[in-house]
Design a protein around this ligand. Structure first.
Ligand SMILES: [Mn+2]
Length: 317
């Protein structure tokens, strides 16, 4: 790597220098149409080229085929499109597991945040087979900690973290045949500023660590992310990061399905990602909830592609 400029040396852990890109154009986990176009928007934003420029080998494995809502029926309004979400999350999980088992680094592009149900199942299965402990850093404006009892909408994207911790519908929690995928003490939620009333109960019951935007205001993004990574790198072997782009302030990330004011600034978001890049245990990354129909000239996808680059080792100097 001697001929590679300093800012292009890949820093993913365990010598994982091949990245596998997988699209998950899932548009069934949320009410607002459009997030199914997220993978295309990220490809148009040059996500592959940006990672190649960092020195990685990158394969784009294409999209998991997902049905559109118009061809589906809702049988349970508290778990909308459950059959299709279970089915396609299983396909995604198999593809991500295959990538991990080959020693590659999976980058899963949503679609809505149900993408993380499959990719976390795979990360967990991969670790389980090797006696390793997985952890997750969930970056999001929302907590995604509903179950079918607490959900105000029936949208499964709002249940993705709960499911990974073993709460809720069994067909989701037991994807790949085991549950939970994560221990709550190895799950960290950051950037949160909108939590549903009944969702609070499950967050407390689960006992996961939540760092809200108020924590970032008070202590600064650097202190918050360093504390989380210190704990994760100490206690787990593989860190999976999942970025819901609505964590970023809607003035910068306009193209998201559920914008909430008061999000991460441009530099806070990059600082978080740059700090993750240095942790040495990053094992997988998801990005979710880009909605090109609400965006302005693909800015949100470009921002997301930049954040992915920061997470995978792009540095200013
Ligand atoms: Mn989310």
């Amino acid at each position: 790597m001697n001929d590679v400029p300093e800012d292009r040396v890949p820093t993913t852990p365990r010598g994982k220098h091949q990245i596998d890109i997988l699209g998950f154009p899932m548009d069934l986990g949320a009410d607002r149409r459009g997030v199914g176009m997220g993978p295309s928007a990220l490809r148009i934003a040059g996500i592959r080229r940006r990672l190649v420029d960092l020195g990685y080998q990158v394969r784009d494995l294409g999209d998991i085929p997902v049905e559109i809502p118009e061809s589906q029926t809702i049988s349970n309004p508290r778990l909308k499109f459950l059959d299709e979400v279970v089915d396609k999350s299983g396909l995604l999980a198999s593809a991500v597991l295959d990538s991990l088992d080959r020693g590659h680094f999976p980058l899963a592009m949503g679609g809505d945040h149900t993408v993380s149900i499959g990719s976390l199942a795979a990360q967990s299965a991969h670790c389980r087979a090797r006696g390793l402990r997985p952890g997750v850093l969930w970056i999001d404006a929302h907590a995604d900690m509903n179950d079918e009892q607490t959900t105000p909408s029936g949208n499964i994207h709002g249940m993705a973290l709960a499911v990974s911790l073993g709460f809720g519908e069994e067909r989701l929690t037991r994807l790949l045949g085991f549950s939970p995928k994560l221990e709550p003490e190895h799950a960290f939620l950051v950037g949160v500023r909108s939590i549903d009333q009944d969702e609070r109960k499950l967050i407390r019951r689960a006992g996961l660590t939540v760092r809200t935007m108020a924590d970032i205001d008070r202590r600064g993004a650097a202190s918050v992310i360093e504390e989380i990574l210190e704990s994760l790198t100490r206690d787990v072997d593989a860190i999976h990061v999942t970025l819901d782009v609505d964590a970023v302030d809607p003035s910068l990330a306009q193209g998201v399905g559920t914008p909430v004011a008061g999000g991460l600034t441009y530099r806070e978001a990059h600082l978080i990602m740059e700090t993750i890049a240095g942790c040495g245990k990053l094992s997988g990354l998801d990005v979710a909830e880009i909605n090109p129909t609400l965006d302005n000239r693909n800015r949100t996808a470009v921002l997301t592609a930049e954040l992915v680059s920061s997470c995978l080792g792009k540095r200013i100097l």
